[in-house]
Design a protein around this ligand. Structure first.
Ligand SMILES: NC(=O)c1ccc[n+]([C@@H]2O[C@H](COP(=O)([O-])OP(=O)(O)OC[C@H]3O[C@@H](n4cnc5c(N)ncnc54)[C@H](O)[C@@H]3O)[C@@H](O)[C@H]2O)c1
Length: 382
């Protein structure tokens, strides 16, 4: 059991607080935000101690900082936390710059501190069942594939969408982590990337909130087409966009020498996983409901294309597994090397699209180990 202090009291806070109810080794003790009003509100609502960022970092009772600030603040907050001697678990991405993330990992390693990073969705029932089918050779060797995340952008539901359209934002930084981490889990590390990015409009319209009907600036590309080659020689094509009204494609499809697999939504934890063996054969649906992190536990459809009405969301399992690892002196699964490699894929996608060339990745990482059901059950509250 470790005491966790939270920095960042925004939208995702409630989801993380639910993790304390699911997992038996997370104890949240305090919260902080650059905006003290938000930490005071969270403290009242959830019975946490409200502190300033400096106070939370100086609190000797806190072992781990959960960094759920905005992506542009991840580096600064994680760095301060590590320098204060705290283990860190950060939301994605690790930072908005590869070199900054590399520095964070070095500080953590030099100080013998754990650095964990979201997403942890690939530890879910759907991600692990997909992994089992691929490892068992159900589809043979995975050769090719494609993935998609596409919607009109957060301005449809978020009153302050600007940061998604400015430096440090954009669709690859925002949604890429889910897809790239899932692909690295299934295929191993990537080798190089080719990208093409486009900014179609200079302004988008606020659809909700006090500015509804007014327009804000679009400063960066909002649609990317990517081509990633993995070290195992698979090549996968991806499309990530804030410029699509609606679509009907599967999140991730992988094509192997002896069959095909449809991997469920990498933003969530559930199934089903769908497989087919050969041309003309049926598509078999494999439920993840009987896996401990595959059971449906929320109903909240965001309105996005191809999103299920009922979902499995166990965000925080990566934090729980990191705490268990640090207590048992082993490497955690959602570790900094994995997150740094994913950020490398993100940044190289953007570099490739600016210079119109294939870009070799600077990093590699170990393929994450399998997270088996017995390990999950040990972390779950009974
Ligand atoms: N909202 C979601 O559905 C969702 C889902 C998955 C992951 N995430 C990730 O979680 C993180 C937070 O997302 P969110 O939607 O909660 O954002 P948010 O904007 O609602 O909340 C972020 C909070 O961080 C605070 N903050 C910003 N800079 C800070 C600093 N330097 N020091 C202390 N506090 C600071 C802000 O005041 C704000 O309250 C992001 O990395 C995002 O990518 C969000």
């Amino acid at each position: 059991m470790k005491n966790v202090g939270i920095i960042g009291c925004g939208n995702i806070l409630e989801t993380y607080l639910r993790a304390e109810k699911y997992f038996n080794n997370i104890t949240y003790v305090a919260c902080a935000d650059i905006n003290m009003d938000l930490s005071l509100k969270a403290s009242e609502k959830y019975n946490l101690k409200a502190l300033t960022v400096d106070e939370i970092l100086a609190d000797n009772n806190i072992d781990v900082i959960l960094n759920i600030t905005i992506p542009q603040a991840h580096y600064e907050v994680s760095k301060k936390s590590l320098e204060a001697g705290k283990h860190v678990y950060s939301e994605k991405p690790m930072s908005v710059k590869y070199e900054q993330a590399k520095e964070l990992l070095k500080i953590a390693k030099d100080k013998n501190l754990y650095f964990g990073n979201a997403p942890d969705t690939f530890l879910g029932g759907g991600g692990q069942l997909s992994r089992k089918f691929i490892d068992d050779g159900k589809c043979g060797q995975i050769l090719t594939g494609n993935f998609i995340f596409a919607f009109p952008g957060v301005q449809d539901f978020h009153p302050k969408p600007e940061s998604w359209y400015q430096e440090g934002g954009g669709p690859v930084i925002d949604m890429g982590p889910y897809f790239f981490t899932t692909l690295v889990n299934l295929l191993g590390p990537a080798k190089n990337v080719r990208g093409r990015g486009s900014k179609f409009v200079d302004k988008k319209e606020y659809k909700v909130g006090p500015n509804k009907g007014k327009f804000f600036d679009v400063e960066i590309p909002t649609s990317y087409m990517l081509n990633i080659e993995f070290e195992n020689k698979s090549i996968v094509q991806g499309f990530i966009s804030f410029d699509v009204q609606n679509h009907m494609r599967n999140h991730i499809e992988l094509y192997g020498s002896h069959g095909s697999i449809i991997v469920p939504d990498p933003n969530m934890f559930g199934g089903p996983v769908i497989t087919s063996q050969e041309l003309g054969s049926t598509w078999d649906h494999h439920s993840a409901e009987n896996k401990p992190l595959g059971k449906i536990n929320i109903k909240n459809h965001s309105g996005r294309s191809n999103e299920a009405n009922e979902q499995s969301n166990y965000r925080g399992v990566g934090l729980s597994e990191m705490i268990d690892s640090l207590e048992n002196n082993r490497e955690h699964i959602c570790n900094g090397d994995l997150a740094l490699h994913v950020l490398d894929i993100i940044e190289c996608s953007m570099i490739s699209s600016i210079y119109k060339v294939e870009v070799d990745l600077r990093s590699s990482c170990k393929r994450p180990r399998v997270f088996n059901d017995n390990e999950v059950k040990k972390l779950l509250k009974s």
